[in-house]
Write a protein that binds this ligand. Structure first.
Ligand code: NAD
Ligand code: UFG
Length: 343
């Protein structure tokens, strides 16, 4: 059985990926410092899969903890690296926190991997690296724009580190540029667990619908789009998780065509903020309380993915639609709001 280290594996995308990895027959070891997640996700992964992943509470910023981990754990075949901070606004207020966690944390991980001769990594990047793209849908050859936030910069630096290491032939990587992950596992046992006020649209919608927030504010309806609101490519987290299994199998079986390969992970469909709200109202039958507010600083107007490379080269395709994303997000919101674990 191949042994896979998943950093950030108790987090939103990491926990869904751990489930798909176990279902695909991999042994999963999770490192997470629980800075943005809860340990009960390990129980939930076990409830879904019947297998409990090994969990190590360690911080990638602490080289001693990492060395200790690798000293005690042999035979890791590859790493999927999720662990990072991801709040755009927070990164603007505290850039050093983001440089330290996302860049130093990843540098430590790569150093430890190199020292332990682990030479395969799948990396969580973001469509944020494209900024406001020159042409839509955006493909992998679109230029990388100056980052809009320190968070976005850390994703670019992470990619560049992997390109540089690939050039020195020390490591092979698959870089996955996610569009907008949403939705939750069908079991409603795992899903996104925002700590504090959510920044992202879908958790804000579900928390409003469940009564945890008074009202959603739509960040501007005067953009140059059909209904005036921003357009994004929302992708179901389970589809995204499955793409990691496909990427992993590609890298493990030596099928990668370059030492650092890049894939967009989206559906190829652009949906506006109003379309997301309408889809939520339709599948749940709930009338959402919202108002139109001012534009949010730093938002790109429209972005959605060209999926051809992921479809043809990676051999992966998103299957689940916006209605499914809304329904599973809502079911998860209701489950977690009722759960005493959420404190
Ligand atoms: P998340 O916050 O739910 O998961 C990240 C996990 O990493 C958390 O469990 C956190 O506790 C852990 N972590 C953070 N810093 C750590 C450290 N120094 N040491 C150990 N563990 C640490 O976030 P997510 O949505 O699952 O995102 C996973 C990855 O995907 C991140 O790298 C993020 O930048 C990237 N990404 C996310 C989105 C999105 O919208 N969710 C979009 C594009 C890219
Ligand atoms: N929005 C609202 N009201 C809200 C929250 C969001 O109208 O309360 C709007 C935003 O202005 C934007 C759209 O909903 O137009 C989507 O916003 P999100 O914050 O959900 O997502 P973003 O596209 O801004 O960014 C997300 C992640 C980033 C990641 C990016 C691409 O937050 O970390 O997707 O993957 F880089």
């Amino acid at each position: 059985m191949m042994k896979i280290l998943v950093t950030g594996g108790t987090g939103y995308i990491g926990s869904h990926t751990a489930v798909e990895l176990i279902n695909a027959g991999y042994e999963v070891i999770i490192i997470d410092n629980l800075s943005n997640s809860k340990e009960f996700f390990i129980d939930r992964i076990e409830m879904i899969t019947g297998t409990r992943p090994v969990f190590v509470n360690a911080d990638l910023r602490d080289m001693n903890e990492l060395n200790e981990f690798f000293k005690n754990t042999n035979g890791i075949d590859a790493v999927i690296h999720f662990a990072a901070f991801k709040a755009v606004g927070e990164s603007v207020k505290d850039p050093l926190l983001y440089y330290d966690n996302n860049i130093c944390g990843m540098t430590n991980l790569l150093k430890a991997m190199t020292a332990n001769k682990i030479d395969k990594i799948v990396y969580s990047s973001s469509c944020t690296v494209y900024g406001e793209a020159n042409k839509l849908p955006v493909d992998e050859n679109s230029p990388i724009k100056k980052a809009e936030s320190p968070y976005g910069f850390t994703k670019q630096v992470g990619e560049q580190m992997l390109f540089d290491i690939a050039a020195s032939k020390e490591m092979k990587s698959v870089i996955l540029r996610y569009f907008n992950p949403t939705g939750a596992h069908d079991s409603s046992l795992i899903g996104e667990l925002p700590i504090g006020v959510p920044n992202n649209l879908v958790p804000y919608i579900t928390q409003t619908a469940v009564g945890q927030r008074d009202m959603l504010t739509v960040n501007g309806n005067d953009y140059d789009t059909p209904d005036g609101t921003n357009i994004r490519d929302y992708i179901h987290v389970v589809d995204l998780a499955k793409a990691h299994v496909t990427a992993l199998s590609r890298i493990l079986s030596g099928k990668t065509e370059q030492d650092a390969e890049v894939f967009n992970l989206g559906t190829g469909n652009g949906n506006s903020v109003m379309e997301v709200i309408n889809a939520f109202e339709k599948v749940t039958g709930i009338k959402l309380n919202y108002r139109i507010g001012p534009r949010r600083e730093g938002d790109v107007i429209s972005i959605y993915s060209d999926t051809e490379k992921a479809n043809k080269v990676l051999g992966w395709e998103a299957k689940r639609d916006l209605a499914d994303m809304m329904l599973t997000s809502w079911n998860w919101q209701k489950a977690i709001s009722n759960s005493t674990n959420n404190n």
